[in-house]
Ligand binder design. Structure first.
Ligand code: PEP
Ligand code: MG
Length: 589
């Protein structure tokens, strides 16, 4: 039966494919595809994990047998029997083998997927006693996950996921069937594991439009919907699903008519893309001759290739924290970071690369298993520059690595989340210290310009102070909106209040652009606002000439720039800025 689920549209386009559900688990579970040659070894890993748990339960049974009924109640014996029975359950065992053999899921993923399948059957049972056995199944699955050998290594170094691996396998079932990923939540670092283009689309239950998971989905340039609330409960493994990333709608089990309609829409969008591709070499200049710099946001050094292909004039934001994620707390050392930054710099072939120092915290934990429990509100806690300044040795390591990479091409250093003069002073002093150390040690390094992100209203209200210390500013509108409006950007329940056109947000953005221009300093926007074509004319009218966005958005924004007359946009933008309801004027020019 066809039904639809509504969420938030985060990445444009239409995907049609079979659902792959990634179940959430209390245990840190890695999701990756294995090579066909690894199938038997993966099945063996599950078997060894299961055998270890069976052995443990047998031992417990023996201990209990020696105790009297008072110390070992009947319920405990019965429970052990149930656990042992569930471990031998044929549906569970057969299902796990199916996901490994036929889908090439790694052992942990196969186990949690099958748990999800069987758990749903328990949910549907009439008998309350049987329904409650679901908790037992979850418990023993977790035990097996923990007992399985080799899990640690697997989740640190996921096997590279390639389209080849997936399609080679899918030929066994259905040639070229696209896969779409459905999950309750995917951490930004897990999302990166899927970056090699395996999935045709994503849906998550939670998340806001500018949550970092959404940002990574957008960088992958595939349709995505977040905040779809119950999607991961309503969709089943292998269901046919349409993801309409423009409308934020997920259609499950579509009828042939609906399918045909979306296939048509899909073709239209492809045509539009190929039309846009003609703009690749066109210089980005407005009708009245204003040059506009279009830069790329990247997460990994390898993304430089996509940035070049999209015709970016450089990298306006390299989110370096992605190098720090999913490593079980082991941070990249100076050499590893230097090599990564150098790859990005060399990949851009002489175009400038803006490396943002690490922004860990809030919805970007270092590991997906890491749940922030010690701080009540991590978005207001030890995040970004606060985290870096709390560990100066770690920060110095990163600063040294960036300075060293600058010996290989133009680099701009960018500092996130600054709000206090003391933070500015400490940061500047540490950059100086890093330079002095490298100089003393005779290690080659290059010149960098130093910029600050304007992401907190306090920063936007003390621009003159910032401009005394920094060469340029970059507006992080994702956080600026979050902190101005007190809206958690990752929380779908308040997503309707997350408003880039709120008069207070526009005022802070406009003042930052104006102050930089007045002082002859560079300013750019690197939040999602920069890649939103609905905002291009307004930002141009406010005087912005540098936009940084995901490579996939560059040509659409360029099209807007080419159609714009900056001179005419200026007075209109001032009207929008003065309005009580700026959104009502957006279509008025
Ligand atoms: C921003 O806040 O707008 C920004 C670009 O940084 P991030 O999205 O990584 O927080
Ligand atoms: Mg930010």
């Amino acid at each position: 039966m066809t039904f639809s689920i509504h969420g938030l549209a985060v990445a444009r386009g239409i995907a049609i494919g079979r659902a792959v559900l990634v179940a959430s688990s209390r245990v840190d579970v890695a999701h990756y595809f294995i090579e066909p040659a690894q199938v038997e070894a993966e099945i063996e890993r599950v078997k060894r994990g299961r055998d270890a748990v069976v052995e443990e339960l047998h031992r417990l049974q023996q201990t209990i047998a020696q105790l009297g009924p008072k110390d070992a109640p009947h319920e405990l014996r019965a429970l052990l029997d149930v656990h042992l029975m569930l471990l031998q359950d044929e549906e569970m065992v057969g299902g796990v083998k199916h996901w490994i053999r036929d889908r090439l899921y790694n052992a942990e993923w196969a186990l949690t997927t099958q748990l999800e399948v069987v758990a749903r059957q328990f949910d549907e049972m009439e008998d309350e006693y049987l329904r409650e056995r679901k908790a037992d199944l979850e418990q023993i699955t977790e035990k097996v996950l923990r007992a399985m050998p080799g899990q640690g290594t697997a989740s640190v170094l996921p096997v590279a996921v390639t389209r080849k691996t997936a399609t080679a396998e899918l030929q066994l079932e259905d040639t070229d069937t696209p896969l779409v990923l459905i999950a309750h939540e995917i951490s930004p670092s897990d999302m990166l594991q899927f970056k090699q283009g395996l999935f045709a689309g994503f849906v998550t239950d939670v998340g806001g439009k500018t949550s970092h998971t959404a940002i990574v989905a957008r960088s992958m340039d595939i349709p995505a919907v977040v905040g779809a609330r119950t999607a991961s409960q309503l969709v089943r493994q292998d269901d046919w699903v349409i993801i309409d990333g423009n409308a934020g709608v997920v259609i499950v089990d579509p009828s042939p008519i609906i399918l045909a309609e979306y296939q048509y829409k899909q073709r239209q969008l492809e045509l539009e893309r190929s039309r846009l591709a003609r703009l690749l070499k066109t210089p980005s200049v407005t009708l009245d001759g204003e040059k506009v710099e279009l830069l790329a946001n990247i997460e990994m050094p390898e993304d430089a290739l996509g940035a070049m292909k999209a015709g970016a004039a450089g990298v306006g934001l390299f989110r370096s924290e992605f190098l720090f994620m999913g490593r079980h707390g082991r941070l990249p050392d100076e050499q590893e970071q230097y090599q990564a930054y150098r790859r990005a710099v060399e990949g851009m072939g002489g175009l400038p690369v803006t490396i943002r120092t690490v922004d860990i915290g809030a919805d970007k934990p270092m590991d997906s298993s890491f749940v922030e429990t010690s701080h009540l509100n991590p978005a207001l806690g030890l995040r970004a520059i606060r985290w870096s300044l709390a560990d100066p040795a770690m920060f110095l390591t990163q600063l040294r690595a960036i300075l060293r990479a600058a010996a290989h091409g133009p680099v701009k250093m960018l500092i996130p989340m600054l709000a206090h003069l003391s933070e500015i002073r400490q940061t500047v002093a540490l950059v100086e210290q890093a330079r002095a150390e490298l100089q003393r040690e005779g290690v080659p390094f290059g010149a960098v310009t130093l910029g600050a992100m304007i992401e907190i209203p306090a920063a936007a209200l003390m621009l003159r102070t910032f401009l005394r210390y920094f060469d340029y500013l970059s507006l992080g509108t994702n956080d600026l909106i979050q902190y101005t409006l007190a809206i958690d950007r990752a929380d779908e329940s308040v997503a309707h209040l997350y408003d880039p056109l709120h008069p207070a947000v526009l005022r802070l953005v406009a003042d930052t652009i104006a102050e930089c221009r007045a002082q002859g300093k560079e300013v750019s926007v690197c939040g999602e606002m920069a890649g939103d074509v609905a905002m291009t004319r307004l930002l141009l009218g406010l005087g912005l000439r540098s936009f940084s966005m995901h490579p996939a958005q560059i040509l659409s924004v360029k099209q807007e720039v080419l159609r714009a007359d900056a001179g005419k946009l200026t007075p209109w933008a001032q009207q929008v800025l003065e309005a009580d309801e700026p959104a009502s004027l957006m279509g008025s020019l």
